[in-house]
Design a binder for this molecule. Sequence first.
Ligand SMILES: Cc1cc2nc3c(=O)[nH]c(=O)nc-3n(C[C@H](O)[C@H](O)[C@H](O)COP(=O)(O)OP(=O)(O)OC[C@H]3O[C@@H](n4cnc5c(N)ncnc54)[C@H](O)[C@@H]3O)c2cc1C
Length: 403
Amino acid sequence: MHPYLQEDHLDLRAEVHQFAREAIVPVASEIDEDGRFPWDNVKAMGERGWFGVPVPRRFSGMGRDYLSYVLVVEALACYDASHAITVSAHTTLATSPIVAFGTPAQKARFLPLLASGQVLGGFGLTEPGAGSDASGTRTRAVATRGGYRINGSKIFITHGGVGEIFVVTAVTDPAARTRGITSFIVCKPTVDLEETRRLGIGHRPKLPYSAGFTAGAREDKMGWRASDTRQLFLQDTLVGEDQRLGDEGDGFVNFMKTLDAGRIGIAALSLGIAQGALDVALDYTTRRRQFNRPLWEFQEVQFGLAGLAAEIEAARQLTYHAAWLKDHGQPFAREAAMAKLVASELAAKSARTAVQSLGGVGYTSEYPVERMMRDAKACEIGEGTSEIQKMVIGRHLLKGIDP
Ligand SMILES: Cc1cc2nc3c(=O)[nH]c(=O)nc-3n(C[C@H](O)[C@H](O)[C@H](O)COP(=O)(O)OP(=O)(O)OC[C@H]3O[C@@H](n4cnc5c(N)ncnc54)[C@H](O)[C@@H]3O)c2cc1C
């Protein structure tokens, strides 16, 4: 018996692995090279419910626990991090804040589209001048009759082009500093109209699209290349008051909570990369022979992979524990930051070790480990860098200690 995983968790995980082997593995290298968003698989994953795993059933979600979502992201990332971040960013960054802070009307309007994967969502927090320090947000929302006029820009936004529903932050009261930041739900049409017409998903003309809300060019990234990352521009963008998410001034606290949960997803994604790289290295080193024996029989190789396996299991327990705490209504921010820090750095180490274990072919696109090495780096940056995770953990360490 497993302390965290029940029968339905194992079934879901097996289903994702099977899908990934059949539908993701054949395209992963090509979409990475082309930087192409995997719309066909997005549709297939949406039909399986994976864009709304922890979302209540009444909003077209699967109604499963957070651990189930973690397992889906981890399993996808064993094969391709771009698919995994597509599910992860959509679920924890775009959908979760509406589940947590939305009004009944906002939930009814936006969640069924997001949870079913009919439309993709994103989270616009980072700005050119406000990265690790989001209190430096400059995007400004000024109250108008019946709503707000927003001006500013966001950078590095996952699904910035392909997505339609975004939770963005803007300053409503500059004097109040972080208590003057507010969240809004802002919509724009997808940039991939042709693809979405072909597949019948990704675009809903009835959404309240706001004029002046547009996406920039696709970022040419080192990793997560099949994930869509862009700038977002808000130029005199009008949104109704009914699109304010939470009260005025609640934006900062609310996105901190959103990121706490999001970090468990990035930890899961990192774990998947770490495990996927180890699996490839195990398979290769037990088949490849040099000096008349399999590489695996050289202690240097075997010990390296054995050590990785132990570290992956430790990071997995920490990640599942963070998800379990969240599922049981207990504080989890410290464990989420720890899981993200440990798992993301482990993903980088595992992919690097795998490349080394494969030698020359590991450095080519014939094997996925070079892609995993590039993909792993993003896990140490997105949703708070490793340094920011240490700041969060440090703050928790000091709690309860008298100065
Ligand atoms: C692929 C990708 C997808 C992304 N998706 C999204 C998204 O969907 N939505 C969104 O809002 N953002 C997104 N981001 C942005 C991401 O969250 C930021 O890049 C990240 O928070 C770091 O901010 P920055 O890039 O401005 O770096 P900076 O904040 O400028 O940091 C640069 C370096 O300085 C270090 N540093 C900063 N402050 C400190 C400190 N106090 N102590 C020690 N070191 C410090 C950082 O750790 C980092 O190493 C994405 C980024 C990437 C790369």
